[in-house]
Design a binder for this molecule. Sequence first.
Ligand SMILES: Cc1cc2nc3c(=O)[nH]c(=O)nc-3n(C[C@H](O)[C@H](O)[C@H](O)COP(=O)(O)OP(=O)(O)OC[C@H]3O[C@@H](n4cnc5c(N)ncnc54)[C@H](O)[C@@H]3O)c2cc1C
Length: 491
Amino acid sequence: MTDTLEQTDVIVVGAGNAAFSAALAARDRGRSVVMLESAERGSAGGNSFFTAGATRIVHSGLESLVDWIEPDERHARSEVPPYTYEDYTGDLARVTEGRGDTEMAHILATEATDALKWLHTAHGMRYRLMYERQAYENPDGSFLFWGGLHVGNVDGGEGLFADYVRAAADAGVEVRYSSRVTDLVLEDGRVAGVTYVDDDGEKVLRAESVVLASGGFEANPRMRETYLGQGWANAKLRGSPENTGDLLERAIAHGAGRAGDWSSCHSVAWDAWLEDNESNRELTNRLTRQSYPLGIVVNVDGERFVDEGADFRNYTYAKYGKEILKQPGSVAFQIFDATTRPMLRPQEYEMPGVSEVVADSVGELATKAGIDVEAFVRTVTEFNDSIDPSIEVDPNIKDGRRADVMPPKSNWAFPIETAPFYAYPVTCGITFTFGGLKGDLEGRVLREDGSVIDGLYACGEALGGLFSGNYPGGSGLAAGAVWGRRAGSLA
Ligand SMILES: Cc1cc2nc3c(=O)[nH]c(=O)nc-3n(C[C@H](O)[C@H](O)[C@H](O)COP(=O)(O)OP(=O)(O)OC[C@H]3O[C@@H](n4cnc5c(N)ncnc54)[C@H](O)[C@@H]3O)c2cc1C
């Protein structure tokens, strides 16, 4: 090993959303910052690159956003319901069934808006309303936003990464790509730097503080099987192949505690048949299939297995991937007809190479898709017959238009009756893991006994505690911005 004795004030490990937020916050305080990113420049950006950029923040309606989001001629025709502190903390508590850390939830809800405004004002990050994902256009051309998730990065995750790279360069942050951190350097019980490998071999970089923003362990099949359980090695990896969890394991080996729910993760419905359906940087998030609340989902036996309309997509999508993984062959089919097909998200259902089956009858659809025909026809018939047509269907609100079957469909029960019929094969796409390192509220990494490991911070998915079992859409990027900023403000 070549010890160059090179020194900086702050090392940030990773080049995703949390890492850039930490690096910029440290740089704002005049600290010298080096970011070490394992991927080469063309594959960098972590999971953050693959996102839609959707970020959950508290706000009091469009008026409170227009000063710092991109102008759009549709604003005049748009209603953006306020999303309050109580909504945010309530959603976190509800979807995690009370297992998330309440103090962290308080901080997330309190600081996410300010974190985005800071990134915009001080560093030129660009945000906008998420028309194509979070609102349906009404016949009169107006929009009503739903689901508490309204703001996102311009050009999604690719825009987020491009904006951050420019902001980091402007701020004087050095980013070293192709630099995989292999371990922490500890001296007298405190973290004093890292070892890393680049094209020239193994090196040491010393620093006063090290911020781990290196993501979870979703890209590591061994850790998935160990912590999430049997079968999880078979899930398809939606995002970066770099997040292998090695640094979580190294930090734990050096005494760091674990926090959050190591036995659960974020996972979604994902194109099952496309060959290149893992870590695909061209299609990124377009492989996801998120319009299922408008239809039904069946397995190859022709049986439904979730309430597709239990809530807005933002509150169910992250836990339904796991339900698909449990089905025979870990495959399911999202079913729509000619009425609902035009309402599906175009970026996803009109993706180049989308896996799609189209037929003129329900039976033919099942035959072509490889679903048990008799059972499927029965499922669709019973579903259609159980809908109360006196309740008007309205996808902008929880309309209570239910189908009284088992499992029920609680909202948005459109009958499947008008040809052509459509089936989209989906499997389980794993997004990120919920377990991480134990930290205090500033992101200082703690030992199991609660004492601080001096010099070590964690943020983003590397920091555990917020999520368990499920997650309100858009909270991952929000948490990375908040705890990146917190860690960078101390490091
Ligand atoms: C397809 C997809 C869509 C998503 N959409 C959204 C969305 O719209 N909104 C939302 O809030 N969340 C979304 N998420 C979740 C979101 O990506 C994460 O919550 C968030 O990006 C995590 O940020 P992070 O900075 O912690 O991790 P990442 O962005 O994953 O960054 C981790 C970084 O660490 C690097 N790294 C890992 N190990 C090492 C090492 N040993 N040495 C050096 N570098 C290392 C990686 O290369 C990477 O750059 C989505 C995820 C995926 C996969």
